[in-house]
Design a protein around this ligand. Structure first.
Ligand code: FAD
Ligand code: DHB
Length: 390
């Protein structure tokens, strides 16, 4: 098989890239290791910056997002038993965010691609990317028990942090920056209407808790837990009890419902520099991971592929590799801004295992200055709402 851009991975990054390239007349093929049902059900992010919403709408994947997305103009910071609302429009010159689950974005993009798009092969597990530093890279993949090859002009590695793209990077010349935080998130999806119209981020002295949502009928909740926690070690009742304690504020009540899914995510940052090796360009989680406290992972993945699609389109139209050559540099500025913000939110809201009363006082002081319309609050709100994708 042969194509212009071989895309590895049908997560949000790979699917949006395929959509943008298809609309620009650039040939591509998407190889996805898992089956369609698995990819469409994988529970992950839920908060979209306005720039991400705009991109999905512009590429024709915005119909359901427009109807079902929940526009949020603020969120609550909760600590010491009190709630403090952060008003995004007044702090950012009018910006808001939209709650629309990653599962639905993936579903919308897959439906579009299967009716009007380039080939998308499910069950196609890439085993190697070869000759990335030549003019004709080759992707080797298994499909139906047979090894096959895809010859390409370029390869887009959109296959997450455990994919084949990272394994194709040379040990020298590419640097991996990494930070693992000493805590994880236990995430639960619950079949119950959200107890609050807006997201609630709680910095309790027993640890962080987050009340989020996926729709007017489904809640998404998170608890800080120690690294290595087995989700099965937490009964549903224990999860609700702990959420009650950490999210408590005045007369506010958390409604309980059947738990549909439970999983643990480690809080970590990783950045690969540069995000390119020869004709292999990385995007999304393949290139970088951020802890979810800033809700930036999905938004960064979409911003990367907008930049990448623009570079491929420019090359396709003009033969110039100028934008491809600047791809990594152009992405990394936004990536490090998101890594920094995610780090700030992570340390602002979590309790480190070795934290003492001094650390807690510093944390409360940081939190309090965010509850007034200060420069610090404006900076947090701007980062949370996100910068336009340029
Ligand atoms: P992915 O969504 O990981 O997609 C990669 C695709 O590549 C997958 O479909 C995978 O099956 C496929 N693949 C992998 N290896 C191969 C191979 N060898 N061959 C072919 N295909 C392959 N972000 C937030 O902003 N907020 C959150 O609340 C949040 N929660 C998260 C919870 C979890 C458990 C995880 C893991 C991530 C979370 N994130 C969150 C991060 C966000 O979901 C990711 O940043 C986003 O999925 C990145 O999209 P992507 O397309 O780069 O990668
Ligand atoms: C989610 C929302 C957030 O604002 C965040 O920081 C992390 C996760 C969510 O809805 O999954």
């Amino acid at each position: 098989m042969r194509t212009t851009v071989g895309i590895i991975g049908a997560g949000p990054a790979g699917l949006l890239l395929a959509r943008l390239l298809h609309r620009a007349g650039v040939d591509c093929v998407v190889l996805e290791a898992r089956d369609r049902a698995y990819v469409e059900r994988r529970q992950r992010a839920g908060m979209l910056e306005q720039g991400s919403v705009d991109v999905l709408q512009e590429c024709g994947a915005g119909d359901r997002l427009e109807q079902e997305g929940l526009i949020h103009s603020g969120f609550e910071l909760r600590f010491e038993g009190r709630s403090h609302r952060v008003d995004l429009p007044s702090l950012t010159g009018g910006r808001t965010v939209t709650i629309y689950p990653q599962t639905e974005i993936v579903r919308d993009l897959i439906a579009l691609q299967l009716t009007d798009g380039p080939p998308l092969l499910f069950g196609a597990r890439v085993v190697a990317v070869e000759k990335a530093d030549s003019a004709q890279p080759v992707v080797r993949f298994d499909l139906d028990g047979r090894e096959q090859t895809l010859e390409c002009d370029y390869v887009a590695g959109c296959d997450g942090s455990y994919g084949a793209s990272r394994r194709a990077l040379p040990a020298d010349g590419v640097r991996l920056h990494t930070r693992t935080y000493p805590y994880s998130w236990l995430g639960v999806l619950a079949d119950v209407a959200p107890s609050s119209d807006e997201l609630v981020l709680a910095a309790h002295e027993r640890g962080f808790a987050l009340h989020s949502m996926r729709s007017p009928a489904v809640s998404r909740l998170y608890l800080q837990v120690p690294n290595g926690t087995d989700p099965k070690a937490w009964s549903d009742e224990a999860v609700w009890d702990e959420l009650d304690v950490r999210l408590a504020a005045g007369s506010w009540r958390l409604d309980r419902g059947p738990v549909l899914a439970k999983s643990v995510t480690t809080m970590r940052s990783q950045v690969i520099e540069p995000m390119r090796h020869g004709r292999l360009l990385l995007a999304g989680d393949a290139a970088h991971i951020v802890p979810p406290s800033g809700a930036k992972g999905l938004n960064l993945a979409l911003a990367d592929v907008v930049t990448m699609a623009r570079a491929f389109t420019h090359w396709h139209m003009s033969g110039s590799t100028a934008l491809l050559d600047r791809y990594s540099e152009n992405c990394l500025r936004r990536v490090w801004q998101a890594v920094y913000f995610s780090h700030e939110m992570t340390t602002l809201l979590h309790r480190a295992p070795d934290a003492d009363a001094y650390d807690r006082r510093i944390q409360l002081t940081r939190l309090r200055r965010l509850t007034r319309p200060t420069a610090a609050a404006a900076e947090m709100a701007e980062n949370y709402a996100g910068m336009p994708i340029v």
